[in-house]
Write a protein that binds this ligand. Structure first.
Ligand SMILES: [Cu+2]
Length: 153
């Protein structure tokens, strides 16, 4: 970040704190692992109600390359997840198996291979407390087993 961007951010934060003194930004950290056996190590991820942002870190603890056993982390409403997974297969690896500019995608990482780590930060303003959200890997064939629920609130 350049000095001028930091200064602008500082000024903006200062202005926000004057106009909205009760609003506190809180970034919450989530982590999950994928492996060479096509598995995530968690079936549930929980985000506390006071988190304003979430940073999700995905680590591929296997050894296989992305072309053979790639993993990503995609979040949608549960009602949309199968359709988004199918659209992701059509989108292909150059698009990280995620449909471009699709409003149903709340957040996603890129596809990574064994030994790699990636992360994504997103605002919880897109989430409703108590909503039904599914995270999954959209690599073709993975989403039927590599999936779980994200709970907010
Ligand atoms: Cu996968």
């Amino acid at each position: 970040m350049t000095i001028s961007k930091i200064l602008v951010s500082t000024v903006l934060l200062g202005a926000l704190s004057v106009f909205a003194p009760l609003t506190h930004a809180k970034t919450c950290e989530l982590s999950i692992e994928g492996n060479d056996a096509m598995q995530f190590n968690k079936q549930t991820l929980e985000v506390a109600a006071d988190c304003t942002e979430v940073t999700l870190t995905l680590t591929h603890v296997g050894k296989l390359p992305a072309a053979a056993m790639g993993h990503n982390w995609v979040l949608t409403e549960t009602s949309a997840f199968q359709a988004v997974a199918a659209a992701g297969t059509s989108a292909g690896l150059p698009n990280n198996y995620v449909p471009k500019d699709d409003q149903r995608v709340i957040a996603h990482t890129k596809i990574i291979g064994g030994g790699e780590t990636t992360s994504v930060t997103f605002s919880t303003s897109q989430l409703k407390k108590g909503g039904d959200y599914t995270f999954f890997c959209s690599f073709p064939g993975h989403w039927s087993v590599m999936k779980g629920k994200l709970i907010f609130g």
